[in-house]
Design a protein. Structure first.
Length: 289
């Protein structure tokens, strides 16, 4: 059985490592391959799934919205988020899912946190933030503070959520230290869903001194795993959840959809951590003897 991931470029993807580990664990006769699909060939690639057949694929940047056009069925989450990250070929039909939001939620649950009734400060309004925001609203949070570098994107997301998931009280905040600091005392869960934290000299989006033990601070950036935000939160006594949790659990949900088997979370986590260690060793300068 053939599985894979469609993206462009695709060289960095950790999904082949994750899913091939899980297939081997279950003794399944299956392989998962990375496919660099140029946007001009996306329609052909998606239609080829039925012909070859390819039993399932993950979909990543830049194809998550475009593939929706060729799905025979869409899950409620994929429809609400407006993006597909998992396709399953079932009975000759292409079923589109989005497992990013549920992956994020499961990572929080794994860390022992409930979101129902909580106030969440979500930084970012890109694709990942949108999936998380939809899932948080579906899961019964009480209040959502949204902040983004480009304010109109946060406003647009807030309008969409108010119209389609009118369960939480949603406010848009200015992405500035003073505005965020003023709202941190009323916040239970802080989520960084921007790409800030990936580069060594990235700014802190939040004033770290305002973080407190009452906060659960999540960063979905996973390279590096210990981002400056998470380090600052730990220094202030806050709980933290790193980006590996969402990465693992979005993959786990996709694997369950495809195979109806349980994803071996501890085994795959260990493989990913080993991969991170090898990458950081390979990229560090040689030691002087
Ligand atoms: P995206 O759609 O391109 O969105 C990027 C977000 O980061 C936007 O909100 C953008 O703000 C913000 N941003 C970028 N540069 C910024 C800067 N210099 N200052 C402030 N904000 C900035 O990307 P995405 O797919 O949502 O991914 C966001 C991050 O999440 C990436 O680091 C990605 O690796 C990570 N991620 C992790 C997982 C996981 O499983 N752990 C899953 C998906 C994504 P503007 O709107 O102003 O541009």
């Amino acid at each position: 059985m053939l599985y894979g991931i469609f993206g462009y470029p695709i060289g960095h993807s950790l999904s082949p490592l994750m899913h091939n580990t899980a297939f081997a664990h279950h003794g399944l006769d299956a392989v998962y391959l990375p496919f660099a699909v140029h946007p001009a060939h996306l329609a052909t690639a998606v239609k080829s799934m039925t012909a070859l057949p390819i039993c399932g694929v993950n979909v990543t940047i830049p194809h998550k919205q475009a593939v929706m056009a060729w799905m025979d069925e869409l899950s409620p989450e994929a429809r609400l988020i407006g993006a597909v990250n998992t396709i399953h070929l079932r009975d000759g039909r292409l079923h589109g899912y989005n497992t990013d939001g549920i992956g994020f939620l499961r990572a929080l649950e794994e860390a022992g946190s409930e979101v129902a009734g909580r106030t969440v400060m979500l930084l970012g309004a890109g694709g990942a933030a949108r999936a998380i925001a939809v899932q948080l609203c579906l899961s019964g949070i009480r209040r959502l503070y949204l902040a983004n570098r480009t304010p109109t994107r946060a406003e647009d997301l807030a309008t969409y959520l108010r119209q389609n998931l009118p369960y939480a009280d949603i406010s848009v905040l200015t992405m500035g230290e003073s505005s965020l600091a003023a709202h941190l005392p009323h916040t239970d869960i802080v989520v960084n869903a921007t790409s800030i934290g990936m580069q060594p000299h990235d700014p802190m989006l939040l004033p770290p001194t305002e973080l407190a033990p009452r906060h659960l601070v999540c960063d979905i950036v996973y390279r590096p795993l210990h981002t400056p935000l998470l380090r600052a939160a730990q220094e202030r006594g806050a709980w933290t959840v790193d980006g590996l949790g969402m990465l693992l659990h979005q993959g786990a949900k996709a694997f369950e959809i495809w195979t109806e088997c349980t994803f071996p979370i501890p085994l795959v986590r260990a493989q990913l951590l080993q991969n991170f260690t090898e990458q950081s060793t390979a990229s560090s300068p040689p030691r002087k003897e």
